[in-house]
Design a protein around this ligand. Structure first.
Ligand code: AMP
Length: 318
């Protein structure tokens, strides 16, 4: 593990610490954020430690954010977790503190912050935060409440230990978390359960996703479809991995129409890297899991064609 002493020293010196993470959070964003907050509160009860950003209803079981006034930023140490680029940070007051620290596991395309600790090979930011705690165990310890949050983050970002970033170290960290006495099955249930509307949509994705002869697949979720199932745009995240369960699908695009007619795009792959395609469409992310945006139907069609071409090229060499 690379040296995290400078970050630890900054934490020790700060009286106010405000933790941010990315917009549209997932269990890893919230687990690493709230878990770090609980850990620092436990170690430093006299410091003021906050977590900010909007929490979607379906992830409320992980915790709630704090209300932080602008003047509390004046002398604060701001830490962002799980957020590759500044545009995606939830709450744009992140740069109003005295010092900014970035802790993340995405490719470091935007090396922002006064101090940063970025390990793209880590399964999740939650795994990284546990490593951070272990590296500074003279001062920091793993409480059961924080362990549950980190476990939720790891389970979320590894797709229940399915994705390639799941390493021997990931399992060692998960074991350490379970040893605190957390109810891992309860976390599994939370992350596995679906609302009726989402269940119906999942059935439709599996039945009707379009798959071409190269294994490139796509499915478009419209606003009308969401309305008929009483689902909000933000609620479809649990479906993003669903197409990958089909053996014929090698890489896929899940388009989710926004109320203004543009599309949020989720890109996933079991083979070729798709993050360059995401970057070409106002997005980014990991080799096999990225996010992007499409302005209109034309851009949707362009992305479908690009993925098909990418898969065709990949098949020729594999
Ligand atoms: P998503 O499809 O939204 O679950 O995102 C998949 C991965 O790509 C996550 O690790 C995100 O942090 C990352 N990601 C999503 N959207 C963007 C973006 N606009 N810029 C950079 N990274 C992104």
């Amino acid at each position: 593990m690379s040296d995290t002493t400078a970050i630890f020293n900054a934490i020790e010196q700060a009286q106010t610490i405000i933790i941010h993470r990315h917009q549209r959070p997932d269990p890893d964003a919230l687990g690493s954020q709230f878990g770090l907050k609980l850990t620092l509160q436990h170690a430093f009860p006299d410091k003021r430690i906050f977590a900010v950003g909007t929490v979607p209803n379906d992830l409320g079981w992980l915790g709630q954010s704090d209300t932080v006034s602008d003047d509390q930023y004046t002398d604060a140490l701001v830490i962002t977790v799980d957020t590759a680029n500044t545009e995606r940070i939830d709450d744009d007051r992140f740069n109003q503190g005295r010092q900014l620290v970035k802790i993340d596991h995405h490719p470091n395309d935007d090396n922002y912050g006064d101090l940063s600790w970025v390990l793209p090979d880590a399964s999740s930011t939650s795994e990284l935060i546990v490593d951070f705690i272990d590296a500074h165990q003279d001062a920091l310890s793993l409480t059961r409440d924080a362990a549950l949050l980190f476990y939720a983050g790891i389970v979320g970002d590894t797709g229940r230990f399915l994705y390639p970033a799941t390493s021997a170290h990931t399992f060692a960290v998960a074991s350490e978390l379970l040893a605190t006495g957390i109810d891992a099955a309860e976390v599994g249930r939370h992350e596995n359960e679906l609302s009726r509307g989402l269940g119906r949509l999942m059935g439709d994705v599996l039945a009707n996703i379009e798959i071409d002869k190269f294994g490139a697949a796509h499915y478009v979720i419209s606003q009308a479809q969401l309305a008929s199932l009483s689902l909000a745009t933000s609620e479809v995240q649990p479906l993003v991995s669903t197409p990958g369960r089909l053996a014929d699908v090698r890489a896929w695009l899940l388009f989710v129409e926004n109320p203004d007619g543009s599309y949020r795009v989720h890109l996933r792959s079991k083979g070729p890297a798709i993050n360059e395609l995401a970057k070409a469409h106002h997005g980014g992310g990991h080799d096999l899991a990225s996010g992007a945006n499409a302005a209109d139907q034309q851009e949707v069609d362009d992305m479908i064609a690009s993925l098909s071409k990418l898969m065709q090229q990949w098949q020729q060499t594999h």
